[in-house]
Design a protein around this ligand. Structure first.
Ligand code: SIN
Length: 330
């Protein structure tokens, strides 16, 4: 039987436990598939360095870049099971777990980054956060990359019909498969780390990505044509394992969120700058010989109409709430 004094001590111990637990050392394993020098790679290094510095090394972040540990789809599974604690996959890849993430893949649904950021901070962001929670992970932050362009090795592409019969690598969502299928093209999903070799060896004819992903992977060196279509958005969800998060003391959760807020601001700036700079690096790389096609207003409007005529089909893939909310942001 516990004596009165012992009981008081026990109650006090339970009350202070959440505040003392912050002395525990632990490591966050964080996986991603891009290079250390990409906007995402640099943001994750900043997150690691800042968190380690602010906790004087009590919390460590072990980063696995360039898909050395896991590709993104496997990383989401590993986060759910707390094998790794954090990842920052592209929305398209999360779309395999929660279909609504594919809203960002729908061609020309979002006009600019402003609308994308309003989606992150509004109802769309909240729905995605709730759905993530019921899938075993917590969505802590949305990160940017940018709008995608199309490259291929066969011929210049000026209209969606020009993609007929070409084979494209995609990030694997149903929306992306439908997008290429509507153009009479064939879409296959492959991990990011394989894209350069697949293009070089002619296993696929083309791919879609942002300027900084194209430049960092040297994709422009193994592709002859690029079309600045800006048709869909590549962004990321920074996710953490619920099993891991729920065991953390409140003070550590607050700290991680705080460092992540600063990291997110930095990541937005890095992504915008690096896409801008990498566009010029690709354009000015005379050894690469890639021909760049800028669409004029009329051509761009034809691309938009081509896909908007199929919004009934795209909207079947995501929930009504998400799709109608995206339309309201225009
Ligand atoms: C990424 O930006 O994280 C990867 C994108 C891709 O798989 O193409």
């Amino acid at each position: 039987m516990i004596k009165k004094g012992g009981l008081v001590f026990f109650v006090v111990f339970l009350l202070v436990l959440p505040f003392t637990a912050h002395t525990e050392n632990f490591t966050i394993r964080f996986s991603h598939v891009v290079s250390k020098n990409s906007p995402k790679g640099r943001a994750i290094s900043y997150f690691k360095n800042t968190l380690e510095k602010r906790t004087k090394g009590r919390i460590k972040v072990k980063v696995y870049p360039a898909g050395i540990l896991l590709d993104d789809v496997a990383a989401v599974g590993a986060v759910k099971n707390n094998i790794i604690q954090m990842a920052s996959p592209a929305f398209s890849k999360l779309g395999l777990y929660i279909r609504d993430f594919q809203v960002f893949d729908i061609p020309y649904l979002f006009k600019n980054k402003n609308e994308i950021h309003n989606a992150y901070s509004g109802k769309i962001g909240n729905i995605l956060k709730e759905k993530s929670l019921s899938s075993g992970f917590r969505l802590l932050s949305f990160w940017d990359n940018g709008f995608k362009v199309i490259t291929n090795n066969s011929h210049p592409i000026s209209s969606p019909e020009d993609m007929k019969n070409l084979i494209f690598r995609t990030m694997g969502s149903e929306v992306l498969a439908l997008q290429f299928q509507l153009c009479g093209a064939i879409a296959y999903s492959y991990p990011f780390s394989n894209v350069y070799e697949l293009l070089k060896e002619g296993v696929v004819d083309g791919q879609e990505n942002t300027f900084n992903n194209i430049y960092s992977q040297k994709i422009h060196e193994v592709q002859r044509y690029m079309t600045i279509s800006d048709h869909g958005y590549l962004g990321y969800a920074v996710i953490v394992s619920s099993k891991f998060w729920e065991k953390l003391p409140v003070s550590d959760r607050k700290l991680i969120k705080d460092v992540l807020r600063q990291t997110t601001d930095l990541e937005y700036t890095l992504a915008a700058k690096q896409n801008f700079n990498d566009y010029y690096r690709i354009k000015n790389d005379t050894s690469a010989k890639i021909k760049i096609k800028e669409l004029d207003v009329e051509e761009k409007n034809r691309w938009k109409k081509y896909f908007k005529d199929h919004y009934d089909e795209f909207s079947q893939i995501v929930s009504d709430d998400i799709f109608s909310e995206a339309l309201k942001l225009n």
